[in-house]
Design a protein around this ligand. Structure first.
Ligand SMILES: Cc1cc2nc3c(=O)[nH]c(=O)nc-3n(C[C@H](O)[C@H](O)[C@H](O)COP(=O)(O)O)c2cc1C
Ligand SMILES: Nc1ncnc2c1ncn2[C@@H]1O[C@H](COP(=O)(O)OP(=O)(O)OP(=O)(O)O)[C@@H](O)[C@H]1O
Length: 312
């Protein structure tokens, strides 16, 4: 997949871009609703013998439109978004920088620059997609803006339990610890990456060494607690257990959260390595134990439960 970043007003040699069928949206999470939109574009591109494309934006519009929002936490940081789009066989990704200028473009200027200008011949958007200043353009009034240069398909609302599947809904599920339900709506497990850094070196003494992760600040963490996870390292998948929390048994009044993972049946040094963590099941809350022994007994139980979960 070829990725091209665009900033308005940009200076790309448009004439060189191939004709494409393109899906458009922010697409945080690439959830089952997004997948319908993107899959339709990929299929239609095959029918027309064109390349398939996706237009997305970065950063999230809230960072630009809502004062005081420095960054947004994404269900799929850009690396994971790109991986999922690649799996869906998207040929090109156009990332449009979302800034003040972009937010003020009229719908027609947006279409002229980013749809007609990018040589898109067929556009696919969801039923509630809107564009241009204050979202004045949408899939219903699209005919006013096409200049007869492209056709388009609107995708109906994809539902689960009679409610629209949306990034906002999935974010709330993750923040309430309902990771399995979130994964069901996503159509794939929540996944993000981090670099292994030094922790307090206590885990080894407990009999459960953990890889402590430094995360990208833009990754959305699920609710603090203990989880069954898969760890992807150098294209291998390992099972394990992760803890998101403050280690209250050993530290008082700590505010920042640590994310650490104990990989089953693995003992090599991982400092400095990049791991991807897939979050499968919320197991329990983190507890302040009276002694290290009581914590160890609980972690032994967690291991048993999580190994059972993966073998089922
Ligand atoms: C599966 C698992 C469960 C954990 N549960 C708790 C817990 O309930 N309470 C707690 O204080 N720490 C818990 N921890 C975190 C340990 O306190 C932490 O791994 C240990 O202090 C080692 O920290 P270090 O990696 O910084 O050396 C848990 C860790 C794992 C891997
Ligand atoms: N459940 C859905 N069914 C059909 N189309 C969808 C669905 N969810 C999103 N889309 C479409 O996918 C594209 C990306 O949408 P967007 O990124 O706004 O997602 P969202 O899940 O609705 O997010 P948010 O919760 O932030 O509004 C848009 O074209 C949108 O209309």
């Amino acid at each position: 997949m070829r990725t091209i970043e665009l900033t308005y007003p940009h200076t790309l040699g448009f004439e060189e871009l191939p004709e494409t069928v393109c899906a458009i949206g922010f697409f945080d999470g690439i959830h089952s609703g997004h997948q319908q939109v993107i899959q339709t574009a990929v299929d239609e591109a095959k029918n027309k013998g064109m390349e398939s494309a996706v237009i997305t934006f970065h950063p999230h519009p809230l960072v630009v439109l809502k004062k005081g929002t420095e960054h947004v936490q994404y269900i799929t940081p850009m690396k994971e978004k790109q991986e999922l789009l690649q799996q869906l066989q998207v040929d090109r990704l156009y990332i449009i920088k979302f800034n003040q200028e972009l937010s003020k473009l009229s719908p027609q200027t947006f279409i002229d620059h980013f749809i007609i200008g990018l040589n898109i011949k067929h556009l696919v958007g969801g039923f509630d997609y809107s564009f241009g200043h204050k979202g004045q353009g949408n899939m219903e009034n699209m005919d006013e803006f096409t200049r007869g240069q492209f056709s388009y398909t609107t995708i109906d609302k994809v539902l689960s339990n009679d409610e629209k599947i949306s990034s906002t809904r999935i974010r709330k599920l993750l923040q309430s610890g309902l990771v399995e339900e979130a994964n069901r709506l996503l159509g794939h497990p929540l996944k993000f990456s981090g670099t292994v850094i030094k922790g307090a070196q206590r885990g080894r003494e407990l009999g459960y060494p953990t890889a402590n992760l430094e995360l990208h600040k833009e990754a959305l963490l699920p609710k603090p607690g203990i989880y069954a996870v898969c760890v992807i390292y150098k294209n291998e998948v390992y099972e394990g257990m992760a803890s998101i929390g403050t280690n209250p048994t050993f530290t008082a009044d700590r505010k920042d959260l640590s994310v650490e993972v104990n990989i089953f049946d693995y003992s090599n040094d991982l400092y400095g390595e990049e791991l991807q963590i897939e979050w499968h099941r919320y197991i329990r809350e983190e507890v302040k134990f009276d002694s290290a022994e009581a914590l160890i007994a609980q972690i032994e139980l967690d291991e048993k439960n999580i190994r059972n979960y993966f073998s089922e």
